[in-house]
Design a protein around this ligand. Structure first.
Ligand SMILES: Cc1cc2nc3c(=O)[nH]c(=O)nc-3n(C[C@H](O)[C@H](O)[C@H](O)COP(=O)(O)O)c2cc1C
Ligand code: SF4
Ligand code: SF4
Length: 252
């Protein structure tokens, strides 16, 4: 089994690692190395949900990828609400002539700092039944179940509009501020999946092709990166994923 994943705070990597005997590849690395051909019996993609929609990186990756397999699945990790994201994704896969055998989502910690205080989010975790859902998904895929989680036309429209708005009217890179507490450790540069943060003294510099994944903000050891409108200074990384693994996944 081959799994292609994208992660900012480790949720999607944790799900990817739960598939035993799978070979994992990080999508940011694959894009950098232009390794875009995949051939296996079973191939899966694991990605976060961004703005009720498909993350920019996946929108970039999927049309370039040449995926040949007998069973293709995709799992969206999310905070709990994907609205029409999965339908948008199914359309994108269809455009690439990819037969999508299985499409599902799994609710986990929501890392979107503009909406949530991470400590408050943590309290919601028991209501998300992540582990139970994961077990179900693993069994489904083991049995090669055919299933596609669908929403309704209104949710699809809403997701399309949100993506349109965010990609055309929001300047992602202008949302960050680096405080003077920065120790210039360059971890933010190393965890950025699209090499958007340049090493510089006394502080790193944001370029203008940020995809708003929030890896830099969550993994800064001194919490020196603030996001406009963030609910609190609490930060998050999946408890079973190390900073080293995030760097290995995303480093340019
Ligand atoms: C910019 C942004 C937008 C997000 N939008 C949504 C959303 O619309 N719905 C949702 O349920 N979760 C949303 N999330 C939460 C992530 O999808 C969720 O925490 C995911 O599991 C993170 O995966 P990762 O740790 O692998 O990066 C958003 C996160 C970010 C950073
Ligand atoms: S991770 Fe934080 S402390 Fe380190 S260079 Fe970036 S902003 Fe500064
Ligand atoms: S600059 Fe930060 S938020 Fe933007 S893509 Fe890089 S790590 Fe993600």
């Amino acid at each position: 089994m081959t799994i292609l994943y994208f992660t900012a705070t480790g949720n999607s990597l944790y799900i990817a690692k739960s598939f035993k005997n799978a070979t994992l590849y990080s999508i940011p690395q694959l894009l950098r190395e232009k390794k875009l051909e995949f051939n296996d019996d079973v191939i899966g993609i694991i990605t976060p949900t961004h703005n009720f929609s498909i993350p920019t990186l996946i929108r970039l990756f999927l049309p370039q990828a040449k995926i040949k397999c007998n069973y293709f699945f995709t799992i969206f990790t999310c905070g709990g609400s994907t609205l029409g994201a999965l339908d948008e994704y199914a359309k994108l896969a269809q455009k690439q002539n990819l037969t999508l055998n299985y499409l599902n989502r799994i609710a986990m910690m929501d890392n979107y700092l503009k909406l949530w205080d991470m400590r408050e989010q943590e309290k919601k975790l028991p209501q998300k039944y992540t582990q139970e859902k994961l077990e179900q998904i693993l069994q489904d895929i083991e049995k090669r179940k055919n299933f596609r989680l669908k929403s309704n036309i209104f949710y699809q429209w809403f997701s399309e509009m949100t993506y349109f708005w965010c990609s055309n009217f929001v300047s992602n890179h202008k949302q960050f501020h680096i405080e003077d507490s920065c120790i210039n450790c360059n971890i933010c540069t190393k965890v950025c999946p699209v090499s958007n943060i340049l090493k510089s003294t006394p502080k790193p510099l944001y370029q203008n092709h940020c995809i708003l994944c929030l890896a830099c903000t969550h993994h800064c050891p001194t919490h020196s990166i603030t996001l406009k409108g963030e609910k609190s200074k609490e930060r998050y990384r999946h408890p079973q994923i190390s900073l080293r693994e995030i760097i290995q996944s995303n480093q340019g």
